[in-house]
Ligand binder design. Structure first.
Ligand SMILES: Cc1cc2nc3c(=O)[nH]c(=O)nc-3n(C[C@H](O)[C@H](O)[C@H](O)COP(=O)(O)OP(=O)(O)OC[C@H]3O[C@@H](n4cnc5c(N)ncnc54)[C@H](O)[C@@H]3O)c2cc1C
Length: 340
């Protein structure tokens, strides 16, 4: 079997993995992804302030945005009949374009291997053996260090024997319609889900409607109910399904901190209240890259990542409030007095 070798192998070229590759400039590294880019990661592509700050500093081009490019956030609480708009200016991007652009920012020192799936990892006396399949052929990469940036279904996390966090099944329909939607709506309706659903405008008279549901939910049934409730009609032009992580305190893991590290959603870095994971991917990836550059990633990553872990912890309590219709009322009232 052909064997390649490297000092650092990053698995996953989403916002987290690309941020590591972009930050490390002086070492030859390998970045692997099972997809060929541009790839479609099911995601609404909304950017919170933290994401915008990082991406604008990298000169985020205008063409990655959908229309409208900024959206206020509207909380639609069906259980309590409350509708509140919060001025937010969430960036409304096309996630396919965003990730493709992020990938183009990686340096020439990175050997990018697309269409390459990692099947298993094995400890060896010289480092870690990572088995991959590329073009139908099995190969092995011998690496000193591995970064698991492989998202909600992380193979690296599984190899470490760490259970995945609680995951929800997300289903989204993209609808061609003349109906004008001008905000990003977060919909709370406990009859459908104890997390939330969403509705937002995308390009060319297309809106996206979807939600995070318990596993084994019948996607078409719940989305039909949601569309009826939100009075959305039109032609379904695309359907997507994926998993969304909702971490609790025990789910945040940064790896074994010797030679295997976890970042992004694979580490549990995602907001358990909104499912916002782009900023966490960008930030944890950059923090790992900077820690690696010091030559002591084992010590530095553990220290530098602490504030991000704390941020996820804080959002866990917010998620609990939002999941409970009674507690949600006071949260929403604290945002604004505008009530139906
Ligand atoms: C429906 C939905 C809507 C969302 N909306 C938003 C939003 O609006 N805003 C927001 O901030 N967040 C949103 N999120 C969350 C966000 O998409 C993720 O948290 C974010 O993409 C995590 O980034 P990452 O780099 O850690 O992982 P990912 O972006 O998931 O990247 C992981 C990469 O690893 C690759 N990979 C996985 N396994 C292997 C393997 N075995 N071998 C090789 N490659 C592999 C995948 O192909 C993928 O490219 C949403 C998520 C979902 C499901």
């Amino acid at each position: 079997m052909e064997t390649l070798s490297t000092d650092l192998l990053i698995i996953g070229a989403g916002p987290a993995g690309c941020s590591v590759a972009r930050t490390i400039k002086d070492k030859e590294i390998i970045l692997i992804d099972k997809n060929k880019f541009p790839r479609d990661k099911p995601c609404s592509g909304l950017l919170v302030e933290e994401s915008k700050e990082i991406l604008y500093s990298l000169r985020l081009p205008k063409n990655v945005f959908s229309t409208p490019s900024n959206l206020d956030l509207e909380y639609v609480d069906i259980d309590n009949n409350i509708d509140i708009i919060q001025k937010k200016a969430l960036g409304n991007t096309d996630r396919i374009k965003l990730d493709h652009w992020l990938l183009k920012l990686i340096g020439k020192n990175t050997n990018l291997m697309e269409n390459t799936i990692v099947t298993k990892l094995e400890k060896s006396s010289d480092g870690i053996k990572v088995f991959i399949i590329k073009d139908g052929k099995e190969k092995c990469i011998l690496t000193k260090k591995v970064v698991g940036a492989d998202g909600a279904t992380s193979t690296v996390r599984r190899f470490l024997g760490i259970l995945p966090p609680l995951r929800y099944y997300t289903a989204q329909n993209f609808i061609e319609t003349n109906k004008k939607i001008e905000t990003c709506k977060f919909i709370y309706w406990n009859a459908l889900t104890d997390w939330y659903a969403w509705l937002l405008p995308k390009e060319n008279n297309v809106i996206e409607i979807g939600g995070a549901f318990q596993m084994k939910t019948n996607r078409d049934e719940v989305l039909k109910l949601l569309m009826e409730k939100m009075k959305i009609n039109g032609k379904i032009i695309k359907k997507t399904n994926w998993l969304l992580t909702k971490p609790s305190i025990k789910d945040i893991h940064i790896g074994n901190n010797i030679n295997i590290f976890l970042i992004g959603e694979a580490a549990g870095f995602i907001s358990p209240s909104t499912g916002e994971g782009i900023s966490f991917g960008l930030r944890s990836g950059t923090i790992f890259g900077e820690s690696f550059n010091t030559g002591k990633p084992d010590i530095e990553y553990k220290n530098r990542i602490k504030p991000l872990i704390e941020e996820v912890y804080q959002k866990i309590s917010k998620a609990e409030v939002l999941a409970d219709p009674k507690q949600r009322i006071s949260f929403l009232k604290s945002i604004s007095k505008t009530e139906k």
